[in-house]
Design a binder for this molecule. Structure first.
Ligand code: IVH
Length: 668
């Protein structure tokens, strides 16, 4: 289908406007419009493209979000080999380099250099054809790289289209800024995934990942430092190259012309001084002969160009002694080993602790108390033990993993195929806030008003030390002693707590926060066992015979219920009246009066929450959708139903009141 010329024109204008603002924001760091205004332009373009999908091109700004995963990376040859650089580690080695350069070009006089930051990322070769980003390759083996064009497109600071339709290749470094790296590692920690060791590794993963939506979310940047091209694109010097790249809209890092070697030393000193303050990691300074003709004359060895060298900063590492290995307990109950070190200065910071990550890492390093180790500070704020350099003289015992939690003394268990030790006590003080939050939250025990802020107050004041205390200790009087707690909200909270005493069994099971027991598993367990008592006494085999429960979950349940502290907790909950029973007649195989029916819920139901109604409908074989369409069988309308009700009426969908759905659920 053809589209109106006006639409094409508007799309083109929007794209060029958005490109201009992307450059101002991501490259030049001086936005002219607010984020909201930018979003509005983007949304308008998105809308037009959705209406006219035939206009979408891979270099449209909307395509930076990343797309469906691909099957694998494809290899492609480089236009010219990606060489590596020779290294210098001190002033003398730089002077030797300078002498070789002057001998090579046959001069006594000083040779001018350009000094640049040595960015600690991954080198990339990116080709533009008629001004459009055409192909981006990783270094690979230097001759053949991997095609990561789709990943690179998601990098906001990388131009997708350039004015004047030039053909050229740009080379530079893809990196992950420190801030993005720290955010990523924090998220990974929360999801209990292994942290990335440094921004470089994190960037390497993100740039080669097959699902480019992941790349798009990782905040990568591209910094350019060389330009390969003919005609107008060919630059006489490195300084001209850097200016041309910046003028085209590429990010360039700090660089400086150095007419003499002394200027280079001054630049190096200033970079080393500012190193910690940069937004990204660097590992040195690269010194390049400025004049391209001189470079030609100098040529390359089999490995490196003779016209450039990398001056490497001293590694930020030190050797020190392990005084102790101590387990700390995180919010999720994971026990993390930390090495306590004899304090040592690394890169201007005194280090006295270092993470050992987990038990496998301890075994891999073979580290024991008393050993002398090498500690490194990389991009991560947390220093890391990288190797044992000398064992303790009298050969201490290998590190013995604890069998109990250092905070509460309950059992610490390691799940099969897992490297993490975990405290299994639901009430362990180290994870109390998290346990309470999970127990009380919406979708679990639904105790409205018992949110994170109040939980902090209750635990800090010592009023609540475990889950059962919610029912045993919280009262109107004790609440009145808390900050910002009015009478009305105290009364509401008491009412919510009261109501939660009558919650269904699955909610209580789910609320205990047993590893790997989610909502569905909790529901299946409730149906299978019918009471906390029966669940607690179940054998591993009986547990495994439950729908949704495999050997791993069965083991996790078994470990949980074996722990005396957990059994005590359940007894106390039961004494507080939380001991729901379920009819264990097999509901999954039972009658399915709503089999194959599609339902939509709207408005406020009187007798059940939405979640509960949804669970009951699903147990009866029905499906619950979010919006009304012509394929909807029933709309269940509670109090104050709105637009969904109008739509259902317009489409002629049967509308059921709460009483009517009860009748259907009962099988009538
Ligand atoms: S120029 C033929 N400039 O360092 C020389 N490289 O150790 C091409 N690197 O593979 C490289 N910052 O990945 C150059 N400003 C910079 C650099 C830089 C980082 C990387 C690059 C190269 C490696 C060599």
């Amino acid at each position: 289908m053809s589209h109106l010329p006006e639409v094409t024109a508007e799309i083109a204008a929007l794209r060029s406007e958005i490109r201009r603002h992307e450059r101002l924001y991501y490259v030049d760091d001086r936005p002219e419009i607010t984020d909201a205004e930018f979003d509005r332009l983007m949304r308008r373009l998105q809308t037009l493209e959705n209406e006219h999908p035939e206009t979408i091109t891979p270099d449209s700004p909307t395509q930076r979000v990343g797309g469906e995963p691909r099957a694998g990376l494809v290899k492609a040859p480089h236009s010219a080999p990606l060489q590596s650089l020779d290294n210098a580690y001190n002033e003398q080695e730089l002077r030797d380099f300078d002498r070789r350069v002057r001998e090579g070009v046959g001069t006594e006089a000083a040779v001018a250099y350009v000094a640049e930051l040595k960015l600690d990322g991954l080198s990339m070769a990116i080709r533009y054809a008629s001004g459009r980003l055409h192909q981006g390759l990783t270094r690979g083996d230097g001759r053949v790289g991997e095609d990561v064009t789709a990943n690179l497109r998601t990098i906001r600071s990388l131009p997708l289209v350039l004015e004047g339709e030039p053909d050229f290749e740009v080379r530079g470094e893809v990196l992950m800024p420190r801030a993005a790296f720290q955010k990523l590692n924090q998220e990974r920690e929360e999801q209990e995934l292994e942290r990335f060791a440094n921004p470089r590794n994190a960037a390497a993963g993100a740039v080669r990942v097959l699902d480019t939506r992941i790349t798009a979310s990782r905040g990568l940047e591209f910094y350019a430092y060389s330009l390969l091209g003919a005609g107008e694109m060919a630059q006489p010097t490195q300084a001209a190259t850097m200016r041309a790249l910046a003028a085209m809209g590429f990010k360039t890092s700090r660089w400086q012309c150095c007419p003499s070697l002394d200027d280079a030393f001054a630049f190096i000193a200033s970079c080393e001084r500012d190193r910690e303050m940069l937004a990204y990691e660097i590992d040195g300074v690269v010194l390049k002969v400025n004049d391209m003709e001189l470079r030609q004359k100098l040529g390359s060895t089999s490995k490196f160009p003779r016209w450039a060298i990398a001056y490497k900063f001293a590694a930020r590492e030190a050797v020190t002694k392990v005084l102790d290995i101590v387990m700390s307990v995180g919010r999720t109950g994971a026990l993390t080993p930390t090495a306590w070190l004899e304090p040592v200065a690394i890169g201007g910071v005194t280090v006295s602790r270092s993470t050992l990550h987990n038990l496998d890492e301890i075994a891999r390093l073979g580290v024991r108390v008393g050993d002398t180790v090498r500690v490194e500070r990389s991009g991560d704020v947390i220093p890391k033990v990288v190797e044992v350099v000398a064992e303790a003289p009298r050969g201490p015992e290998p590190y013995q993993a604890p069998t109990s939690c250092p905070v509460c003394g309950s059992g610490a268990h390691r799940e099969p195929e897992e490297v993490v030790l975990r405290c299994v006590n639901a009430n362990c003080p180290a994870k109390l806030s998290q346990s309470l939050h999970h127990f009380a939250r919406r979708g679990v025990m639904n105790i409205g008003g018992l949110g994170p802020a109040l939980i902090e107050q209750l635990t800090n004041s010592g009023q609540v030390k475990d889950l059962a205390d919610i029912y045993e200790k919280i009262g109107a009087e004790s609440l009145a002693t808390l900050d910002r707690m009015g009478e009305k909200s105290a009364a509401n909270l008491m009412q919510e707590i009261e109501r939660s005493r009558h919650n269904e069994l699955w909610r209580v099971i789910y609320g205990l926060g047993i590893r790997m027991v989610g909502e569905r598993t909790a529901q299946a367990l409730a149906h299978q066992f019918g009471s906390l008592d029966r669940l607690m006494e179940a054998t591993e085999e009986e547990l495994e015979n439950t729908e949704e429960v495999g050997p791993k979950i069965a083991a996790s349940l078994h470990i949980f219920f074996e722990e005396a502290a957990n059994r005590e907790l359940i007894r106390r909950l039961q004494r507080a009246g939380i001991d729901p029973k379920v009819d264990t007649a097999p509901p999954l195989a039972g009658p399915q009066p709503l089999a194959g029916k599609k339902l939509v819920l709207t408005g406020t139901l009187e007798r059940h929450t939405r979640d509960e109604m949804k669970a009951r409908i699903e147990a009866a074989g029905g499906k619950v959708a979010g919006s009304v369409s012509s394929s909807t069988d029933y709309l269940v309308a509670g109090e104050a139903a709105g637009s969904k009700l109008d739509k259902a009426r317009a489409l002629g969908v049967t509308v059921l009141a709460e009483a009517a759905i009860e009748t259907l659920l009962a099988g009538n």
